[in-house]
Design a protein around this ligand. Structure first.
Ligand code: SF4
Length: 500
């Protein structure tokens, strides 16, 4: 029997950009193998729905509400409303030419209509990201799908739409504008057409996708099923910092971790280049060493070259917790240790006692004061997130400190980035180089059964709604353990040698 044709939806495009395997799993995967939806994702859904309801309740102009209708009835009502020239249509539905779209709003502009999606996130890439201030491609492809449906109906006002974002801004998505300076043909419309084609190929079983171990998997319902497959196939993405794109380049010649470990990689190398586009000779050698380390029984980590670790004196292991949806930094935690002596270790935390700007400012000011009171201490943090958020906080609260002071704080020898200054220069027989994975490798255990940044955000949301002190304590304990984890990894590194 022929399979019914599946329509391409906006959420399929969104998922496809996050992971090219997701659409295939949703369409053809064995649903008995799905994991439960994580509480974090459930919270995102609930907050998204609530935000949309709040925005619609405050829209301040008459609109036609089609949210009670379903399927064909909803679509017929949407088409009739467009034909009548309704000014604003909420929760309509359009389909055609293999596409199905349910834009939050359709608004009449001039002689036509534009689509508007309400998002509980920022309308543009946020500060600190590589693409800061640019339109979000995963929002853009959804707006493009709605615009194509309006075009098919002959009522599109133009090739653009809007995002109503969490800051109350209306962000225009011009689908034909180049995304960057380098390539004028690289537009949201072009990205949409490419994503639409790829999704159609997957749904028609014309293209095959394979899972890859990636950060995005953490919040995916297929994580256990995909990880089992990745392990069973000895997939290259089991290696740290070897992602889907490198895997796809290497796989035709070196399809597995065992194959890479055993290969004569010299045969692929010419000078500083290799037979694999975008992968240099040093990278290929490093990846092979990583594969060999991974397969060695009882393997231990090592530095690739000598690394100067910070002196053992007064150390502040520093970690923050933020809620990107509220654009709020709600916790600054420090584990303080003197002269490497575990008995001196204590946890000091500055918690925003409300989800308000004033509370965020107070916690930031207190944490800043605390660091200033310890001018001789070295501040140990993991990766660029803390400096990035502190720059933002300094701009938001210039009365606390200046941007230059933040830059000075995160400069060595005052601070030490454990990830960039040490872990990135070492090799570990682990699947990734997150502080959680490395600390667990060193034998450290978090007290919480579900420790993650995403969980912390979800607990904070729970605490905002309940003010339950047990939840507040759970967040603090988690943050303390994250700080201790850095100490555990640093201590292990102090005894580590150079070379395998
Ligand atoms: S678990 Fe990972 S690889 Fe599998 S579908 Fe989800 S995001 Fe993709």
């Amino acid at each position: 029997m022929q399979e019914p044709k599946r329509l391409i939806t906006a959420s399929m495009l969104y998922n496809h950009l996050a992971c090219p395997h997701r659409v295939a799993m949703d369409a053809f995967g064995d649903w008995r193998l799905r994991d439960a939806v994580s509480p974090f994702v459930e919270m995102l859904w609930a907050r998204g729905s609530k935000y949309e309801a709040d925005v619609i309740a405050a829209v301040g102009q008459p609109y036609l509400d089609l949210s009670a209708l379903k399927g064909d009835e909803k679509e017929a009502a949407t088409r009739a409303a467009i034909a009548r020239g309704e000014t604003l249509i909420y929760n309509g539905r359009l389909s055609g030419d293999g596409l199905l779209g349910e834009p939050d709003l359709l608004r009449r502009e001039g002689d036509g209509y534009v689509a508007i999606d309400i998002k509980s996130g920022a309308g543009e890439e946020s500060a600190g990201e590589e693409d800061e201030g640019k339109l979000k491609v995963h929002y853009g492809v959804q707006v493009a799908l709605y615009t194509e449906l309006l075009t098919q109906l002959g009522v599109a006002a133009g090739r653009y739409g809007y995002i109503w974002d969490v800051h109350g801004e209306e962000v225009r998505y011009d689908l034909d504008a180049p995304l960057g300076k380098r390539d004028p043909s690289d537009t949201l419309w072009a990205r949409y057409r490419a994503a639409r084609y790829e999704v159609a190929q997957i749904l028609e079983r014309q293209a095959r996708s394979t899972p890859a171990a990636a950060t995005v998997c953490k919040q995916c319902v297929w994580r256990s099923a995909c990880l089992a497959q990745v392990k069973a196939t000895d997939d290259l993405t089991l290696l740290p910092e070897l992602g889907r794109s490198k895997r796809d380049i290497l796989a035709p010649e070196l399809p597995t971790v065992h194959a890479l470990a055993a290969a004569d990689v010299g045969g692929y190398i010419k000078g500083t280049k290799t037979a694999f586009p975008g992968i240099g000779a040093d990278t290929l050698r490093r990846l092979q060493a990583r594969a060999q380390l991974m397969l060695r029984p009882g393997a231990t980590p090592y530095f690739r070259d000598p690394v100067d670790l910070p002196p053992v004196g007064l150390e502040l292991f520093f970690d923050i917790e933020t809620d990107p949806l509220r654009d709020l930094c709600y916790l600054h935690g420090f584990v303080v240790r003197q002269n490497g002596d575990a008995a001196t270790e204590k946890f000091v935390a500055f918690f925003a006692e409300a989800e308000t700007v004033a509370a965020e400012r107070d916690a930031f000011a207190a944490a800043w004061d605390f660091m200033r009171q310890h001018p001789g201490a070295v501040i140990v943090y993991y990766s660029k997130y803390e400096p990035t958020v502190y720059r933002k906080l300094a701009e938001k609260y210039p009365e606390v400190c200046s941007r230059n002071e933040v830059e000075a704080l995160f400069e060595p020898p005052r601070s030490f980035d454990l990830y960039f200054d040490a872990v990135k220069r070492s090799e570990w027989p682990t699947m990734d180089y997150s502080v959680k994975t490395l600390a667990k490798f060193c034998g450290f255990h978090w007290r919480d059964t579900d420790p993650s940044g995403a969980s912390s955000i979800q607990w904070f949301d729970e605490w905002v709604n309940t003010r339950d002190p047990a939840i507040r304590q759970r967040i603090l304990d988690y943050n303390e353990d994250d700080c201790v984890a850095m100490r555990v990894v640093l201590d292990r590194m102090r005894g580590m040698g150079v070379g395998a």
